[in-house]
Design a protein. Sequence first.
Length: 367
Amino acid sequence: MAGLLVAPIPMQRCVAIAKFRRPARLIIQPKGSAASDLILGAEALNRPPLPCFYSIMTAFHSRFVTRHPTTLELKRKETVPDGIRRIICERIDKALDVLNHRTIVRDEAVHEARKRFKEVRGVLRLVRSELGEKQFSRENRTFRDAGRPLSQLRDARVLLDTLDELAARYGITRSSASFKHLRLTLAARRREIRRRVFKKDRATPSIVREVRASSRRVGKWSLRRKGWKAIADGLRETYGKCREAMHAALRDSDDESLHEWRKRTKILRYEIELLARAFPDVMEPMAEASHRLTHLLGKDHDLAVLQQLLENELRPVADTERELLKPLVEQRRKELLKEGRDLGRKLFAENDEEFVRRIHGYWKAWR
């Protein structure tokens, strides 16, 4: 989605978009509101309507983006239980590959393992009603707790990167004395966190042990329903909570609500990626838009953490630099949140029932 300009299509304008997977007649159909829907001719694709926001994304993606299927996708011929188990086991294996037999883990491996744990939690939420609350809570807690020490490592590294990115954006080079003391302090703080997590707490062996135990339970999960009904409730709940979190964030604009919106959107992104094969020309741009939104909100969150650190833990050692940094942080956060708000309103324009009904249409046409 980076660099892609998305614009609404006027209802009255005839639009011709070429190179869909099959020839299709494109119609702009008003639905009693200012928004309009792009409908691919039923005789060509037998697809449900696409919201206007996705029409240009779909055209761009279909024409210019080469599809690279990922393992975080359900396959057409596999049942939902089989697909969920396969995907979760693959995510666990990828995390264990970078953590196994290592007392100290590189930053890249920390990022990889954290991402896989988050993907697992996103997939678990999709089948929460199938698993039952007790089983879901147990597995979700396992991967949440496994990710916590890794999150401390990630945050310590990212705070340095955030400071460097902010300085570069406003023309302050690393050789400048402006933030030199603060950077040295953050680097020392990162070394101390790594020492504590890896050497004192010996977090890696504990994480590996708990995650391996969870992987052995996957085959025993109770996943009864084979098709759409197995995931419909989870998808509806995830999307609905995303919209609620967005409205709360737009209303309150505080750090906690913005972080919650980001977390909810990241879960939705993983669930959309899981369903991407149902209609890649639409689902993949949706996943990319979700990814872009979480990137914007993540950058804002990193700035908020840096700001809080300067006001609390680092206040005695960064007084002058804090005053210099404060207006830069505030300006950059305004820019990120403006783009995030605009994208979020488009991404979550539908209510949860409309969204689930549309995705179900893609699912039926695919399966």
